[in-house]
Design a protein around this ligand. Sequence first.
Ligand SMILES: Nc1ncnc2c1ncn2[C@@H]1O[C@H](COP(=O)(O)OP(=O)(O)OP(=O)(O)O)[C@@H](O)[C@H]1O
Ligand SMILES: [Mg+2]
Length: 300
Amino acid sequence: MLLKPNENVLPLEGSPAARGIGHTGRHIGAILMDEGKLTASDAEQVLARQRELGWRFGEAAIELNLITDADLRQALAKQYEFPYLVSGPDGVAKELIAAWDPFHPVVEELRGVRTQLLIRWYNPEAGRRTLVVASASAREGRSFVAANLAVVFSQLGHRTLLMDADFRAPRQQSIFNIPDRFGLSSALSGRADLSAAAPVTGLTGLAVMPAGPTPPNPLELLSRGSFAALLGRAQAEYDVIIVDTPPVNEYADAHTIAYRAGDALLVSRKDRTRLEDTERAVRELSDATARIVGTLVNAY
Ligand SMILES: Nc1ncnc2c1ncn2[C@@H]1O[C@H](COP(=O)(O)OP(=O)(O)OP(=O)(O)O)[C@@H](O)[C@H]1O
Ligand SMILES: [Mg+2]
């Protein structure tokens, strides 16, 4: 994944990604012992091996078969104060990689994207806290980027709302494994409010509003004043709001959403999205008076 550098775009490749990570200062060995993963004598053994090989403590412990790779990643997550989830049938989907594998290279890149967005876009005082994740065509990674970006924003301590405004192919409910009996559609039709956003267990500061029951009239629903009003209330309650959307070139929904939200991040898929489609999406979003704060080239 990379952000394509040009005048209208955030550079990512080679950018100082993920430099904003806080460290608790606790030794990884102490964390592993507190977790019951290592005994004191195991730790002694690891320290000896570490001296011998000149490796890091965690790597030496793995080499001695005392801990697994997953143990180390979990301990590192603690060390860096990353909220961390266990994925599995009851947990979030594997593709919510920022939640369960915070040191994966893709997540490092997403933190780089977050840094760029914080520098170049985010400005709550000026009303710039709502970001629409848009793309020209289907299957370019909007839902993936929106979900994982929301996680990395929340990991910075920002109160973050991820709103699924894709009534055409809603996915956030399955990525986060949350019920979608109530969601954005319920809020827009007056059957729920911001309370349709559920906090994500284990990810402090993150709430997800699923799309909710699929409405017969998505565009009409999004064009209502109630959408603007809901965004306004969300903006009063959250520091960052990330909005997932349907493809710009297939439906007019994203234009309406971006018009209300103001700012959009345009995702394109490397070696797939045609330049003319991206150009058309840029034109259409700009016509809807949205500011395109960057283009993210999703390579997967
Ligand atoms: N950078 C990535 N790394 C790994 N997998 C990815 C990446 N981006 C997207 N994917 C995967 O590709 C698939 C399609 O992505 P996603 O659903 O996010 O696309 P979309 O643009 O939201 O599609 P739709 O048009 O259906 O809404 C998903 O399974 C997602 O997990
Ligand atoms: Mg999607």
